[in-house]
Design a protein around this ligand. Sequence first.
Ligand SMILES: [Zn+2]
Length: 552
Amino acid sequence: MSNVVEIIPLGGVGEFGMNCMAVRYADEMIVVDAGMGFPEESVYGVDVSVPDFDFLDEYKDDITAIVLTHGHEDHLGALPYILKKFNVPVYASHFTAGLAESKLEEHNLLNDVLLHRVEPRDVVEIGSFRIEFIRVSHSLVDCFALAITTPIGTIIHTGDYKVDETPVIGEPIDLRTLRRYGQEGVLALTSDSTNASVPGRTPSERAVIPAFEELFTQAEGRIIVAAFASSIHRLQIVLDVAQQFDRRVCVLGRSMQKNVDIADRLGYLDIPDGLLVSLNESKTLPDNEIVYLVTGSQGEPRAVLSQLSTQSYKGLTIEDGDTVVLSARIIPGNERAISRLVGEIYKRGGNIIDEKRRLIHVSGHASQEDIRIMTEAVRPKFVIPVHGEYRMLYRHKEFVKNHLGYAEENVILIENGDVLELDGERATVTEKREVGRTFIDDSGFEEIDRETVRERKQMAFDGVVTPVVTLSEETGTLEAPPEVVARGLIGAVGNGFIKDMERVVTEAVESAPAAERRDTSLLKERVRVHLKRYIQKQTGARPIIVPVVVQV
Ligand SMILES: [Zn+2]
């Protein structure tokens, strides 16, 4: 019997996205969520990142299950990658499981994975862990907080949540069950920090309905609504308001069609017969009888809205008189792309409605007064802010200390890779480990190794230089003067710098010992090092140098 339980975040603590947390007791470990991140390295061809699951190698035999709180990419997107390393049973709600299935299918894993579907209030026993699934409200449907009971105490993990008493779809957050745990005693609350710096309550999903009704009343032309494909409550509102105003709905974009499909099939969306029309049908309708529901609210260049605004999407373009509704928040990092998109839409005569002009978007995350309700319901001994950049974790801590009366030592700020040990009395970080990220090229689900990304960065900043050396195989002497080709290197155009580099290469080869000259890999390295030193001294640049040695 162990007398501690450990919490080890692998991602999502101190950063936006990539949520993943391990909970360990004795020789058993469960993993809560496996999310994707959206790295700054996207300009170097990296689409997404996932936690470095090699981190868990040492617990290989201990991992017993993966438990998912909900179906957003930043909680679910890395599932195939962790399952490829540790194929353990997965527990998820029906809707989350639906999204997980489609993801596993893309990775050809569907038949190899055991996926358990659970209902709110279900309790499962996984070894020493007893887990109850508790319904919470969020922008997505069928989302859970988890009550993870261990021999040391109960940890409540909120997942992403807000306190919404009037969701569009399904039941409100289950505060009763959370309070029941509060009465029984909760050791720790690991709690969503995304909106911890926002005062007040987060509005209900329903709050956007009046603004949509107003827009539909005023719009005379076509209406194009861009939203997150996962915002199922929002999609239902658009469908309802369209029905009410006698407009048909055309769903465009791969992820939007997929999510509408899954949500409809599993009964989460209520779509009246005949409401949805195909793209071709939509083109035959008068402008005031159609709504397009599209992807691309973040200005993603390959998504439908960008294509509608810059060229055309399957023969459709934005035109004078269109009303474009951006019913989503701006994810940090996407500001420029969205700003450019808005400009393109204006150029084409479209009218833009965003969340600054009308209440057409509400957050899915707990604001400070939601955090108060959650924390007072659960009444944990320790509050551990998770899900968010460090600034948000810090504000969460400040709020809990200043407004909910928690002492400094009972609000624990941790970071990815920290091993937080709870013994029932104290919470101590016993180890701080490096936990990396794995870069993924989304087109083929291929891993991109760190070195490749580093090289791409180096090329982008300082260019590439290729010295070509032609040697006699017999004598090892230069058969022709070396040539240097440079791309993207500062100072390489004109002014004789190429000639100078060629001279450096000649000297490097001619001064090489005979043995080095006969071994092409040694010679390449020699040329590379000499040239690198020279370029750095002359220009300060550190280009990628790729020597070529030809023997004739
Ligand atoms: Zn979420």
